[in-house]
Design a protein around this ligand. Sequence first.
Ligand SMILES: Cc1cc2nc3c(=O)[nH]c(=O)nc-3n(C[C@H](O)[C@H](O)[C@H](O)COP(=O)(O)O)c2cc1C
Length: 262
Amino acid sequence: MPFKTKRASRIALTFARHSTFEGISSSNFILQNYTLSQSMALSFRKVVSFSYCPAIPLKKKFIMKKILHLISSFRNEDSYSIKLGQAIVDKIKAENPSAVVQELNLIAENYPHLDAPHFQAFLTPTAELTEVDKEAIKYSDKAISQLMEADYIVIGSPFYNFNIHSALKAWIDHIVRFGVTFRYTENGPEGLVKGKKVYVAMASGGVFSEGPTQSYDFNGPYLKHILGFLGMTDLKIFRAEGVKLPNLQEHALEKAIESISL
Ligand SMILES: Cc1cc2nc3c(=O)[nH]c(=O)nc-3n(C[C@H](O)[C@H](O)[C@H](O)COP(=O)(O)O)c2cc1C
């Protein structure tokens, strides 16, 4: 018998027959009209596993995906990169209805510039962290744990002075951590943030995807390089570009949204 009890078998079959989760968290499951308590959630975790239930494979649709949506524009409702990022999130959600979204507004979050106490804490073994180190490293720990938990990372990246916004750069400086998100091997550096799909929602006044200004794009190539260095090599960039150019601005966002392919 694949299940330990009849009740376990019944719960597993109920889940297996339904394909649309509305949302899952470790303490609370909502499946169509059912809200399950933590104890039932635990039962579910136990029964829908290969060891207990070899007959019912753990289908992709039962795995809750997480989307981390980073915002680095201060223009809020006027922002093209936020709108484009949202369109990417919507598309991911359309393919993964059970996916949960965590939105992280880096302008509001205001990660501090990396300085000596942060870096000192990065270099200190966990067991030896002082209270001062723990305070300094909390930004990095939080950012890395949000990053590691995500399956999809959508990064809104406005063009500011040919580069990314400093709020996004501050976040990056907290996630690049030796021994945690990258390491050195005898074959060179190895990124440790693996298995992620990254989508960059870029917005720029001019056009940088082609033509003579292409070499002035220090935004896309930088993100591609630094995230690739950390192991996030599956990265696509979508651009709302020319938003300050009279003949392009009208359709820039629409064109960018149409170009989204996951
Ligand atoms: C301070 C500042 C610097 C900017 N620098 C550039 C730039 O170097 N190149 C460019 O094409 N557009 C530049 N722009 C235009 C923005 O890229 C454009 O407004 C874009 O829509 C910003 O993204 P957002 O709409 O998500 O805020 C700049 C805008 C501001 C406010």
